[in-house]
Write a protein that binds this ligand. Structure first.
Ligand SMILES: [Zn+2]
Length: 185
C-alpha cells in the first residue's frame, strides 16, 4: 500500500466463490466498489481497490468433483471468466487476489499462528445438521420434513473438528467499550 502524504483509501469487494461463473450479483457488488474507488481517486485519495476469488470450501470441492477436475484445476478455469467480466466492465481494481496464492496463504497462516500463540484460538468440535448448498448448520427444530429449510435439499449430520475464537477473553473490554460508546453498535 502506498504510504504518501495523500490520504489513502482502501476498498474491497467480497472475494467471490468460484463454484460457478460470475452472475449479475457479482457485477452489482463490483460496480458499486468501482464507483466508490473512482470517486475517491477523483477527490485526491490514494486508492487501493481489491477484488479476487475465494477458492476454498466444500462448494468449490463439490463443483470440481462434478466436473471431474481437481479443485485447483477447477479454480484456475473459473478465474478467467471473472477477470474477463471485470475487463468488460472497465473495473479499475488495483489487485486481484486468489486465496490459493502463496502470498495469501502465508499472510493467513501468520495471522492465525499469532492468534493461536496468544491463546485467542482453541480447538473444539462442532456438530449438527448441515446443508452444503448454504454452507450452514441448522437446528433440528428448523428442518422441514428432515430437509433444509432454505433450499429443501437433504441435510447431513456433520461433526467437525474446529478452531474457535476465544471471544470470552475480550468480553469485559468489549462490554466496557460499548457502555462508554453507546453509538458503537
Ligand atoms: Zn440448503
Amino acid at each position: 500500500m502506498a504510504n504518501s502524504a495523500k490520504n489513502s483509501f482502501y476498498v474491497t469487494t467480497p472475494i467471490y466463490y468460484v463454484n460457478d461463473v460470475p452472475h449479475i450479483g457479482h457485477a452489482y457488488s463490483t460496480i458499486i466498489a468501482d464507483v466508490l474507488a473512482r470517486y475517491k481517486r477523483l477527490t485526491g485519495y490514494d486508492v487501493l481497490f481489491l477484488t479476487g476469488t475465494d477458492e476454498h470450501g466444500q462448494k468449490v470441492e463439490k463443483a470440481a468433483r462434478d466436473r471431474g477436475l481437481t479443485p485447483q484445476e477447477h479454480c484456475d478455469l473459473m478465474v478467467g471468466p471473472f477477470k474477463e467480466l471485470w475487463d468488460r466492465l472497465s473495473i479499475s481494481y488495483s489487485d486481484f487476489i486468489r486465496t490459493t496464492q502463496e502470498r495469501h496463504i502465508k499472510v493467513v497462516q501468520n495471522i492465525f499462528q499469532k492468534l493461536y500463540d496468544q491463546g485467542d484460538i482453541y480447538k473444539g468440535f462442532y456438530e449438527g445438521w448441515y446443508c452444503i448448498h448454504e454452507e450452514t448448520f441448522y437446528p433440528e427444530s428448523q428442518l422441514v420434513g428432515g430437509c433444509c429449510p432454505a433450499c429443501g435439499r437433504e441435510v447431513e449430520w456433520l461433526k467437525e473438528e474446529s478452531y474457535y475464537f476465544r471471544s470470552s477473553k475480550y468480553q469485559d473490554r468489549l462490554q466496557a467499550y460499548i457502555k462508554d460508546n453507546p453509538s458503537f453498535v
